[in-house]
Write a protein that binds this ligand. Structure first.
Ligand SMILES: Cc1cc2nc3c(=O)[nH]c(=O)nc-3n(C[C@H](O)[C@H](O)[C@H](O)COP(=O)(O)OP(=O)(O)OC[C@H]3O[C@@H](n4cnc5c(N)ncnc54)[C@H](O)[C@@H]3O)c2cc1C
Length: 296
């Protein structure tokens, strides 16, 4: 039986109360991936994550699937959902409708993003240019707990890291917290938090963790996100490329070490990019000594 919604604190309150542990999922496309996600949710729910987040297809490609999954998590599980929403390609009234619908359905946590127009897609320009404007819209429309994206190594479009940090600081000043893009070096996270502090912003910044389980995948994601895979880790992964179990072992060990360093450096939580699978996340969870199942 799921916890009554009114008893579930929002993410700002969870962060104020202590370290958060959260998992990210994407809405499944077909029956097979739906069954995979159901298995993953079943395997991860006993860990009692602080919250789980559901991605949104920029331009609205997963509009109903994201909404449906967020509401299912809220109504059918014990977990607290956060809905991602991107403004690229949307009119302001469409975004307001989506947010209103979440508010009516009792969804309290929104990750406000700009998104990227998919390559080759002919999206309309959209009314909102930057994520900050979506934060403002969410603030107008409901008592949401609002998060934003942060990029420790700088947003890939930004030619000037200092300017990117100023934009992030302005956005985070209006939001409650940030979740970062994945990265592999603890010092990149520490530099981000220090830069924000120097700009007068001390809101919680939750590091995003991507366990490497597949060499080709990590190279692709790193190229898209701009995250640099450290040379030593890359060499070890490539040397093991013919042995999937060894790649996975190396990736999980590296992610576990990064998580431990981040917590020691004062990170307010850990956000795992699960790619709708549970094994790597559960392995890191166990290696960190986190409880396998929270007491009832
Ligand atoms: C945790 C996390 C979750 C994500 N989830 C999704 C998802 O569900 N769906 C999806 O499609 N994408 C998702 N993304 C990707 C995200 O949409 C992209 O990284 C996108 O390119 C930037 O989004 P943003 O919200 O950071 O944009 P913004 O904050 O708008 O920043 C984008 C760029 O504009 C610049 N900028 C900001 N404000 C200004 C200004 N006033 N003037 C000039 N330049 C400015 C910034 O420096 C940056 O270079 C996620 C990213 C992260 C880190």
């Amino acid at each position: 039986m799921s916890t009554p919604r009114a008893l579930r604190p929002n993410i700002a309150a969870l962060l104020a109360a202590g370290t958060t542990y959260s998992f990210e999922f994407f809405p499944p496309r077909d029956d097979e991936s739906e069954a995979q996600l159901a298995r993953t949710l079943g395997a991860l729910e006993p860990l009692r994550p602080s919250f789980v987040s559901i991605t949104y297809g920029a331009g609205g490609s997963t509009r109903d699937r994201t909404h449906g999954l967020v509401v299912d998590v809220l109504r059918q599980t014990t977990m607290t959902p956060m809905a991602h929403l991107t403004c690229v390609g949307h009119r302001r009234d469409e975004l307001a409708d989506i947010l209103e619908r979440y508010r009516r359905d009792g969804v309290e946590n929104i990750l406000a993003l700009r998104g990227d127009a998919p390559a080759g897609a002919d999206l309309p320009a959209g009314d909102l240019r930057h994520a900050l404007e979506l934060v403002e819209l969410a603030r107008e429309l409901g008592p949401f707990s609002v998060g934003v994206a942060a990029h420790p190594e700088g947003h890939p479009e930004a030619s000037d890291r200092a300017r990117d940090r100023r934009h992030l600081a302005a956005k985070l000043a209006r939001a409650d917290f940030a979740v970062t893009q994945f990265f592999f070096r603890c010092e990149d996270y520490v530099a981000l938090v220090d830069d924000l502090a120097a700009l007068g912003v001390d809101k919680p910044v939750i590091p995003g963790i991507m366990p490497v389980t597949n060499v080709a995948q990590i190279e692709r994601f790193a190229a898209l996100s701009g995250a640099e895979v450290p040379a030593g880790l890359r060499a070890r992964l490539h040397a093991a490329a013919g042995d999937p179990a060894e790649v996975r072992r190396i990736g999980v060990a590296a992610a576990t070490e990064l998580c431990a360093d981040l917590l020691a450096a004062g990170a307010p939580g850990l956000h795992f990019y699960t790619l709708n699978r549970s094994t790597a996340t559960r392995e890191i969870w166990a290696a960190l000594g986190l409880p396998a199942a929270a007491a009832a």
